[in-house]
Design a protein around this ligand. Structure first.
Ligand code: NAD
Length: 357
């Protein structure tokens, strides 16, 4: 039997995008060689560079091409050069359009704390040591999209609405992820006040029956916000709707304390988009000093959640730990026990080397 072959879409984007993607591809190449699978790449344009080359932030070729991939790895888009364009022509509009075209209704935002960088967080080490949680946020429904919506002279309103189908499919994503982790789901809602939340809760209970190994708990969103800061270690997978997830995932990302470390994914339909949570960092673009770890970590997520290559994913996670424990740091995290301040490409090469051993 021949090796498995995956087709990975690559979107470098703008600013530090090309620099961090180069390192992520270096690591993916190394781990695929080690684990005996093959990766074919196809590059697509998005954002500012797409505007410069084609006149629009999301070319049709990108929309069509990504659908034929097994997964897509994305750097970041945007920058001052394109800030004054009309809204429909801006880089960010291209990214929102791509997510919509890909039908990604689930946003996965892990938050983990590396022991080596424990002092990067604003919270006490005793509170955050060992944190490893995943926020699963519903991305295409809820109050951000609900109809009717109106802004009138004397009142304005939005509608929080979820259908059974929307809740079932996002709940399944969360339970499937929990099966690959610590098998615990905490569903966050406001069922004491909102009918839509009670509906959500009842359906999540139903879906849970298909996952007898997973422990399900429920929490009100106000309490969840407090618990995330008070005792974040209690969480494994947090399942929640669009607006609650928007707020909780940003709060959770600050547990780790550094924007250059955390990956994310938008999944749902066949093809998922894997990307760092940070932007294109125009202030440091082109200098070779960006932290590639969030993007390399996104490769790990892609391997685990899109391709089922769990061992390859674990190799990358282990290599990141090793590089950090040996004191190699890019400038953004050099204040925390750095033995050596490294360039973007040096960090990528070290990790590629460790995953190959
Ligand atoms: P940003 O995340 O790009 O940068 C914020 C700060 O963090 C900057 O000081 C930057 O240098 C630093 N930083 C970010 N990533 C880093 C890394 N990997 N290594 C070291 N330092 C890093 O956010 P911003 O400055 O608000 O936005 C800049 C541009 O990025 C804007 O055009 C914005 O629209 C765009 N943006 C894109 C995305 C995306 O593509 N998903 C997300 C957020 C912002």
């Amino acid at each position: 039997m021949g090796n498995k072959i995956y087709k990975i879409g690559i979107i470098k984007g703008d600013g530090i995008g090309p620099e961090i993607i180069e390192e992520a591809v270096k690591v993916l190449d190394a781990v695929s060689t080690k684990m005996n699978f093959e990766v074919n790449y196809e590059e697509f344009l998005l954002g500012g560079i797409a505007i410069d080359e084609t006149g629009v932030p999301l070319p049709d070729e990108t929309i069509k091409g990504v659908q034929k991939c097994d997964a897509v790895l994305f750097g970041a888009i945007g920058g001052p050069k394109w800030d004054n364009l009309e809204r429909h022509l801006r880089p960010e509009t291209g990214l929102l359009g791509l997510r919509k075209a890909m039908g990604t209704y689930a946003n996965l935002r892990p938050a983990m704390v590396y022991d080596e960088l424990i002092n990067a967080s604003t919270l006490k080490p005793s509170v955050i040591q060992g944190v490893d949680l995943m926020v699963v946020r519903e991305l295409t429904g809820g109050i951000y999209f609900g109809e009717p919506r109106e802004n009138l002279e004397d009142k304005a309103y939005n509608t929080m609405i979820y259908t059974r189908e929307e809740v079932v499919r996002i709940a399944k994503v969360a339970f499937d992820i929990a099966m690959k982790r610590d098998k615990r789901v905490c569903s966050v809602d406001k069922a004491n006040v909102l009918e839509v939340s009670q509906f959500w809760r009842d359906i999540v209970e139903d879906v849970a029956k298909d996952y007898p190994e997973v422990e399900l708990t429920h929490m009100y969103v106000d309490n969840a916000a407090m618990q995330l800061i008070r005792e974040p270690k209690q969480f494994d997978v947090i399942l929640t709707g669009n607006i609650f997830g928007d707020i909780l995932s940003d709060a959770a990302s600050m547990l780790s304390g550094s924007i250059g470390l955390l990956p994310s994914a938008s999944t749902g339909n066949k093809v998922g988009l894997f990307e760092p949570i940070h932007g294109s960092a125009p202030d440091i673009a082109g200098q070779g000093i960006a932290n590639p770890l969030a993007t390399i970590s996104s490769v790990s997520m892609m391997l685990k959640y899109a391709l089922g290559e769990d061992e390859a994913s674990q190799r990358i996670d282990d290599a990141i730990h090793k590089v950090l424990s040996e004191g190699y740091r890019t400038g953004d995290i050099s204040a925390y026990d750095a033995k050596e301040v490294c360039a973007t490409s040096e960090i990528g090469s070290l990790i590629a080397d460790y995953v190959s051993r």
